[in-house]
Design a protein around this ligand. Structure first.
Ligand code: NAD
Length: 484
């Protein structure tokens, strides 16, 4: 096999400089399609994290003192950097994460839209006046946090690290962003590209292990605001650290999201939508919003399963860099091992493997998994209860509406939900009963920009991608002036 092209080593953006980790510590970057090492990223120590925190704290006042329109102008340039370098960044993500290059281009486009949205929203960081009687004036002001930690997962690398930093920057906060350790190449390149856009310390990129760099950032006593996106298990650790220090936390965590098919739904359309709602052709189901539990009414289950298998069998699995690829490999070996172990558990626990379950034919190298459909699943099985975060769909059959809703709501997580029916009243009544933060009716989970996103139950705390997120990066300070 020919040697993969190597990605040049890049430093972390800390205090306006591109720096190595202390002692030159690094982590390997592996191309999940070839399993070859393609580069290395700095593995930050707690000391490196502290350096970023001190730089951010120094930079904070001047950034806050800029008008929101001045900050917006910088953010628009930040979005422009993505636009100007779209192809390079999408390529880096494709070779680092295994996501198809077509979907990584869409991720960059999505990030650009979200950054521009928050740039324009900065003027909403305003205060209020409170009736105080004839002899006083009471008003409030929005006071940005002095530094925000932005910890993001591996699945949408450039999109999350760039777009999820936009709201705190627009609100007037310096940011330290830490990408997933498995997919940090694009974050480092982006840090290099925006190095001169911000005053030193306003925007910092720290890479490295979650247990060391991530924990040092989340637990840093001078970081009062932590916005975390990742798994429930890590979210619990971040919450424990944050609660100890009374930090303001927002947590965007995992899900095990239902898609409910009523008997009146058009089966062929719904099956195709179910594949889209799994985000199979975007990131192989490695998406927090993936609709991985399908509850189909018994009257249409046979027809639906046939249509679903037909839809997934049309997906082209292969090289993430090929323009016609729908699905690449999973992002890294440990994750591949986890997903394949969960598939094996489905077989062992008696679910019926209708499609996939193994390695696609002809792809002997790389962390590839076929799109997989299980039928005859029940809520006692691991594949119905655990977030697989891979290309695995578990189909359950129902007859009684109340019993189906009880099963839908029986887990500790509640991120998204999907409903397919032509009866709008039934759809809305069902939506009100689903304990999830985002519901899609007759859709694929696509969200218009500005719609608040965030989970119920253990799927998280707080709302993102909307005004609520912007406002969460400051505190409201009340001032009463006595009129003499
Ligand atoms: P993860 O929890 O393993 O890691 C997320 C980030 O946290 C990484 O940057 C990691 O390095 C860091 N981290 C790890 N341990 C840490 C610690 N002790 N302290 C602080 N930071 C630490 O998640 P992952 O495997 O990268 O991503 C997959 C998970 O993310 C899935 O559960 C998925 O549902 C979730 N996710 C949620 C959303 C959402 O918006 N709700 C979006 C995408 C992904």
């Amino acid at each position: 096999m020919p040697q993969d092209t190597q990605v040049p080593f890049r430093g972390m953006l800390i205090d306006g400089e591109l720096v190595e980790a202390t002692g030159g510590a690094t982590l390997e970057s592996v191309n999940p399609a070839t399993e070859q090492v393609i580069g290395a990223v700095p593995d930050a120590s707690a000391g490196d994290v502290d350096r970023a925190v001190q730089a951010a704290l120094r930079a904070g006042q001047a950034w806050r003192d800029r008008t929101w329109t001045q900050r917006a102008a910088v953010l628009r340039e930040y979005a422009q950097v993505l636009e100007d370098n779209l192809e390079e960044l999408a390529h880096l993500d494709a070779i680092d994460s295994g996501n198809p290059i077509t979907s990584m281009r869409a991720d960059v486009q999505g990030a650009i839209g979200e950054i521009r949205y928050f740039a324009g929203l900065g003027g909403e960081t305003k205060g209020r006046t409170i009736p105080s009687g004839p002899d006083a004036l009471t008003f409030t002001e929005f006071v940005p946090y002095p530094v925000v930690a932005r910890i993001v997962p591996f699945n949408h690398p450039i999109k999350f690290m760039s777009a999820k930093s936009a709201a705190p920057l627009a609100a007037g906060c310096p940011v330290i962003v830490k990408p997933g350790e498995q997919t940090s190449l694009s974050a480092l390149r982006f840090g290099e590209l925006v190095q001169d856009l911000f005053p030193a310390g306003v925007f910092n990129v720290v890479t490295g292990n979650g247990a060391t760099a991530g924990a040092a950032l989340a637990g840093h006593p001078q970081v009062p605001r932590v916005a975390f996106t990742g798994s429930v298990a890590t979210g619990q650790r971040v919450a424990a650290l944050g609660n100890e220090q009374i930090k303001h936390l927002s947590l965007e965590l995992g899900g095990k999201n239902p898609l409910i098919v009523f008997p009146d739904a058009d089966v062929a359309t719904t099956a195709k939508a179910a594949v889209a709602a799994m985000n199979l052709a975007r990131c192989m189901g490695q998406s927090c919003g993936s609709a991985s539990r399908i509850f189909v009414h018994a009257d249409v289950s046979e027809e639906f399963l046939a249509a679903l298998v037909d839809a997934v069998s049309q997906l082209l699995v292969g090289d993430p860099l090929a323009e016609d690829t729908d699905m690449g490999p999973l992002a890294f070996r440990a994750h591949y091992d986890k997903v394949t172990a969960l598939i094996a558990s489905g077989v062992d626990e008696g679910a019926k493997l209708l499609h996939g379950g193994g390695r696609p034919a002809g792809l002997d190298t790389g962390f590839y998994v076929e799109p997989t459909v299980f039928a005859q699943v029940d809520m006692g099985m691991r594949i119905a209860r655990e977030e697989i975060f891979g290309p695995v769909m578990s189909v359950l059959t129902w007859t009684d509406h109340e019993d189906m809703l009880a099963q839908v709501n029986s887990l500790d997580v509640g991120l998204t939900g999907n409903i397919w029916t032509n009866d709008i009243s039934l759809a809305l009544r069902t939506a009100r009963r689903i304990q999830s933060g985002y519901i899609s009716i007759n859709g694929t989970g696509k969200r218009p920009i500005g719609s608040p996103f965030g989970g119920f139950k253990q799927s998280g705390i707080g709302k993102e991608s909307a005004l609520d997120e912007l406002l969460s990066y400051g505190r409201e300070q009340s001032v009463t002036v006595t009129l003499r």
